[in-house]
Design a protein around this ligand. Structure first.
Ligand code: GDP
Ligand code: MG
Length: 197
């Protein structure tokens, strides 16, 4: 049970805006500084088909992404029917899903597998809230992004928030399997493992 917690894995990607802004080192630094272990890393160019697979089109996931769009529209009094022809979170989530294909193929990304104690939750904390305005200072998104849901939605594009981090353990397992072959994932001990836990 403890071994499993210590060896939890998550997928992190520096999105094209993060790569173009030279933030790869900063992001890797924050992950390593926390005591989490990089066990795979590569720069690559994603295709739209890859991104379609990466973000699930399950009703649950579309509803989650569409829900964020709905909250933003409600907060800023945007008429969703007038703007997007629907207020259904699943349909709006499908719209966000299509914008992600454009965003994440707009330049190279850096993908990595990160392992360590509660890696999924720890890296989500490091990344911060999806929406830059709601991301705490000290998080990657809070410190390095300024885009807003409202501007992105009206421009029909995904929010530019520098980094991707798996949302839960099941998502992490799926995403790692999608982006890495098992022989591309490495095994070694970090000094912290003898000292910090
Ligand atoms: P994450 O896990 O924090 O990255 O958030 P999600 O899985 O909900 O969404 C995936 C990505 O879609 C986000 O990181 C954003 O780039 C984008 N996105 C999510 N919600 C919205 C939204 O309401 N509007 C727009 N324009 N983009 C969004
Ligand atoms: Mg997500």
């Amino acid at each position: 049970m403890f071994k499993k917690l210590k060896e939890e894995r998550t997928l992190v990607m520096v999105k094209p805006d993060g790569v173009k802004r030279g933030l790869v080192g900063e992001i890797v630094k924050r992950i390593e500084q926390r005591g989490l272990k990089l066990i795979a890393l590569e720069m690559f160019q994603a295709t739209k088909e890859d991104i379609e697979k990466h973000y699930s089109t399950s009703e649950e996931n579309l509803k989650n992404m569409g829900g964020k769009l709905v909250s933003t529209c409600e907060k800023y009094n945007i008429d969703m029917i007038k703007e997007f022809g629907t207020s259904d979170p699943v349909k709006l989530g499908a719209l966000v899903h299509s914008w992600l294909g454009e965003y994440l193929t707009s330049g190279p990304m850096v993908k990595m597998v990160v392992q360590g104690i509660l890696a999924v939750e720890m890296v989500r904390k490091l990344a911060g809230n999806t929406m830059p305005a709601q991301a705490e200072m000290g998080t990657i998104r809070g410190d390095f992004s300024v885009d807003s849901g409202i501007i992105a939605n009206t421009q029909r594009r995904a929010v530019r928030n520098v980094v991707h981090a798996s949302g839960n353990v099941a998502e992490a397992e799926f995403e790692i399997g999608l982006w890495f072959k098992s022989d591309e994932i490495h095994s070694y001990k970090r000094a912290e493992e003898e000292i910090m836990f």
